[in-house]
Design a protein around this ligand. Structure first.
Ligand code: 5GP
Length: 193
C-alpha cells in the first residue's frame, strides 16, 4: 500500500536492531485518513470472503481492525490482556509473549462473541515473531470458527512470524513488508496489498 509505505519512510523511526516506531500515525497518535485507507484496502481484499467478525489484540491492533470492520460492516472483537470483574462468562484464552513488552500475558475473548458459524479476519498492526497472531488463531479455532486470513499493517519479513502463521495454512496479507533495517533506514520488500 503505497500511501502507508511513504508514511513509514517519512515518519517511521528505527529503534535498535529490529523495532520500528510509528507512534505518530499508528501506535499512539493515529491518522484517521490513513487508517480509513488501511481499513478499505483490507475490506476490498476480503469483500467476497463472507467475513462475519474482525478479531485483533489490544491495544494497537484496535485501530486498523475497527476501520476494517466498519468497511466490512461487521463487528470487531479485541482480545483483552487483563481480566476484569465484568468478564464473568466463559472465556477463550491463549498465552502470548509480547515482542515489545517482553512479558507473557494471558489474552482472552468471551466465548459468546465467537461461534462455529463465524468467518474471521484477524488484523494486527505489526507481525514480528507471530506470537500475537498464533494466540488469536488458537482462540478462534477453539471457538470452532473459520479463519479466512491474517491482515497485517506492517510485517517485518526478516522475523519468523509470517512463516509460522503460513505453516497453519492461513494466508498472511501485509500492507507493508520490511526486509530489514540498514543504517537507520527501512528497506522494503514487495507488499501483498
Ligand atoms: P509478534 O507477536 O508477531 O512477535 O509481535 C506483534 C506484536 O508486537 C504487535 O501486536 C505489536 O504490538 C508489537 N510489535 C512487534 N514489532 C513491533 C515494532 O517493530 N514496532 C511496534 N511499534 N510494535 C511492534
Amino acid at each position: 500500500m503505497e500511501e502507508l509505505i511513504s508514511r513509514i519512510k517519512q515518519d517511521g523511526r528505527v529503534l535498535g536492531e529490529d523495532i520500528l516506531k510509528v507512534d505518530s500515525f499508528l501506535t499512539h497518535q493515529v491518522d484517521p485518513k490513513l487508517m480509513r485507507e488501511i481499513g478499505r484496502t483490507f475490506a476490498q481484499k476480503f469483500a467476497e470472503a463472507g467475513i462475519t467478525k474482525v478479531v485483533t489484540i489490544e491495544a494497537s491492533g484496535n485501530v486498523p481492525a475497527a476501520y476494517a470492520a466498519e468497511e466490512l460492516g461487521v463487528p470487531m472483537i479485541f482480545a483483552k490482556k487483563a481480566k476484569n470483574v465484568t468478564m464473568n462468562e466463559e472465556l477463550l484464552t491463549a498465552e502470548v509473549y509480547s515482542f515489545t513488552k517482553k512479558i507473557t500475558s494471558t489474552v482472552q475473548i468471551s466465548r459468546k462473541f465467537l461461534n462455529e458459524t463465524d468467518k474471521v479476519l484477524i488484523v494486527d498492526d505489526f507481525l514480528a515473531n507471530g506470537q500475537a497472531a498464533l494466540g488469536l488463531i488458537k482462540i478462534i479455532k477453539e471457538a470452532g470458527a473459520e479463519i479466512v486470513g491474517v491482515g497485517i499493517v506492517i510485517e517485518k519479513s526478516f522475523q519468523t512470524g509470517r512463516g509460522l502463521v503460513e505453516e497453519t495454512g492461513i494466508p498472511v496479507l501485509s500492507l507493508a513488508r520490511i526486509a530489514g533495517f540498514e543504517d537507520g533506514h527501512v528497506i522494503f520488500t514487495e507488499a501483498d496489498l
